[in-house]
Design a protein around this ligand. Sequence first.
Ligand code: GTR
Length: 330
Amino acid sequence: MQKTGPVRRALTAAAALALAVGVTGKASALVLKAADTHADGYPTVEAVEYMGRLLSEWTNGRITIQMFPGRQLGEEKDTIEQTILGAIDLNRVNLAPLNGVVPETAVPALPFIFRSIDHMRRVMDGEIGQEILAAFEEHGMIGLAYYDSGARSFYNTKRPIRTPEDMKGLKIRVQNSDLFVSMVEALGANATPMEFGQVYEALKTGVIDGAENNWPSYESTRHFEVAKYYSLDQHSMSPEVLIMSKKTWDGLSEADRALIRKAAALSVPYMRELWDRRVEESKKIVLAAGNEIIEDIDKQPFIDAMKPVYEKFAATPELKSLVERIQAFE
Ligand code: GTR
């Protein structure tokens, strides 16, 4: 017998609901695959896991995050490509390896652009930070939130660095970012772009003499065990960013997008608390190992050497104006 009118419509609606709800009785599950280069327990990893717990709580387990820490899904350059392709849904990376993809990300990664951690947090939390997040979309990614990365400083196996002259001839590993290559070259050293996961061996075997990073990364990677001189020149405060694949995003309802944005925003203060604590813990570990921490650094000659870097990476009127707005930000 042919079903007509309301009966047929009701059956179709029931079938659609059955599909959405699935056999478990829940609406169809959304498992977001997340990547992080850092190991389990690192503040960025914990923050995204926290976000997953929030989403799961709010949706009765319908939306969850499956975290793959410790480079399980590849190094940052690869995971960025995978995110654009939609094979990775969520990705926590530094802004530096995005500099070649989203030009606006170069501005907060510029050396000495921020006066302090507080300045960086206020700029990135405000309108300027939001504008830069919005710039991701046309490159296949959705910028969700920034996480702290403290200040990056140089460490090496050879000697204390107090002035740019001390850097002459040193082979310094940098992230996959032309901006970081230029910065190191402007200081008279040789820049070697290399993936994060290869740096420990390269320091140990003398392929490179040094690298640059913040306290928690210098410690968590055990680079501090092989590169004993840590010079706190604090040249970059390039933040971390949490991005989502636009492919995944486009398939979500407005309501789910709002939940994801809300969970990402709530993970920021959660991360910062863990971060501040982790910086102190990492300092203690490094100091206990007897490393030489060089604090008496006159930053001015380093700052002065950065002129060509600004000229090259903030070359358009739009990027120049972003630089000026950050510098003028009280
Ligand atoms: C860390 C950062 C990572 C990665 C790494 C590196 O501080 O959290 O995302 O950029 O530095 O130097 O490759």
